[in-house]
Design a protein around this ligand. Structure first.
Ligand SMILES: C[S@@+](CC[C@H](N)C(=O)[O-])C[C@H]1O[C@@H](n2cnc3c(N)ncnc32)[C@H](O)[C@@H]1O
Length: 330
């Protein structure tokens, strides 16, 4: 069997739940923003941690908002959901009538795709069932689907996406096959068509642990949803919204994502990355937070065994400082 993010029957298990709640420290109550509401697993734990906790849940997936809102109905007076991209966190707070900089006690982002998205065949995230190759988290929006991307992009760009976001060594070969098929008038339209093409292009053995198309699907999903763009701006905006001592917790599942988070937190902690010969800092470093996780927190063996999706998770957290100064190159 191929490893997967948990089958359709697998119950949803929020990743690194105890650790996230621990770093967010909700015991004293306050306003928390769950910037990636998903199925509401982390939000529920925050709401249960104290009757003084209020949560604003953000998701760009309307289905997730509906699902989580129904699930958290018992907390309706303390929970509010807003449809938005998390890089619009300030606008989402404003829309919810909670727009006051320096008033948020904690922000959580559990990045990537939810099991609801992955397990709903028609969303086109998975090749376990045949469906249109869509992959948009914001389904029904004007954004391009994965099939439209593959029908439009030049071969070089398709190869770059598969190589960079999927870390797929045979990215050029896969891109060539996709474009050859397109030029023959048979552009890829469904999940199974793409999975079968990738499997033939790279070749695979029955004993392979993961399906050879897994990396290509991950890469396309990241590209379709612009998952790496806006992440840094979101982290900066979140820190601005936090009250002194407020916490920011981010869980990532991809090395590129984790690198963005690590570097952004370092800059926010005032660690300048500029050439020391520069007279002034140009990287934007400012002393706004204290990093709480010297190394990323990863799941225990037990969590990884129970929830295969957790395997690549990395959690980083920081705390906003009382006094915020602008850093200069040293
Ligand atoms: C891993 S799931 C979150 C699961 C959630 N923590 C739980 O316990 O149920 C990630 C969610 O974030 C949403 N998402 C991803 N990127 C987003 C973005 N830029 N803006 C808003 N929502 C986003 C996805 O639609 C998905 O529902």
């Amino acid at each position: 069997m191929f490893a997967s993010g948990g089958g359709p029957d697998a119950p949803h298990r929020p990743v690194l739940l105890a650790q996230s709640v621990g770093y967010l420290a909700p015991e004293r109550g306050g306003l928390f923003v769950d910037a990636t509401l998903g199925l509401g697993g982390h939000s529920k734990a925050l709401l249960e941690a104290s009757p003084l906790v209020r949560v604003l849940g953000i998701d760009r997936d309307r289905e997730a908002l509906q699902f989580a809102t129904a699930r958290l109905t018992g907390f309706h007076q303390r929970f509010r959901a807003v449809h938005a991209n998390f890089n619009e966190i300030a606008r989402a707070l404003e829309e919810a009538g909670k727009a006051k900089p320096n008033k948020v006690s904690g922000v959580l982002a559990d990045l990537g795709v939810s099991s609801l998205q992955f397990d709903t065949a028609e969303r086109g995230f998975s090749f376990r069932q045949d469906a249109p190759l869509d992959m948009r988290m914001n389904a029904g929006s004007e954004e391009e689907t994965a099939a439209e991307l593959l029908a439009r992009l030049p071969e070089e760009e398709i190869a770059r996406i598969i190589f960079e976001y999927g870390e797929e060594r045979k990215s050029r070969r896969i891109a060539r096959w996709i474009v050859e098929r397109r030029e023959a008038g048979r552009a890829i339209e469904t999940t199974v068509e793409l999975a079968a093409l990738v499997a033939r292009a790279v070749g695979y053995k029955r004993t392979d642990r993961i399906h050879p198309a897994t990396r290509t699907f991950q890469a396309l999903r990241i590209a379709v949803n612009h998952e790496l763009e806006g992440l840094e701006a979101f982290l900066e905006a979140s820190v601005d919204l936090l009250q002194p001592s407020g916490r920011l917790v981010v869980i990532s599942f991809h090395s590129l994502e984790d690198r963005i988070v690590k570097r952004a937190l370092r800059r926010l902690a005032g660690q300048c990355e500029c050439d020391p010969r520069l007279p002034v800092c140009a990287c934007g470093a400012r002393r706004a937070v204290e990093i709480l996780t010297r190394r990323p927190v990863t799941p225990t063996e037990a969590e990884m065994n129970e929830n295969p999706r957790a395997r690549s998770a990395k959690l980083r957290a920081c705390r906003k400082l009382e006094d915020v100064a602008v850093a200069t190159a040293t």
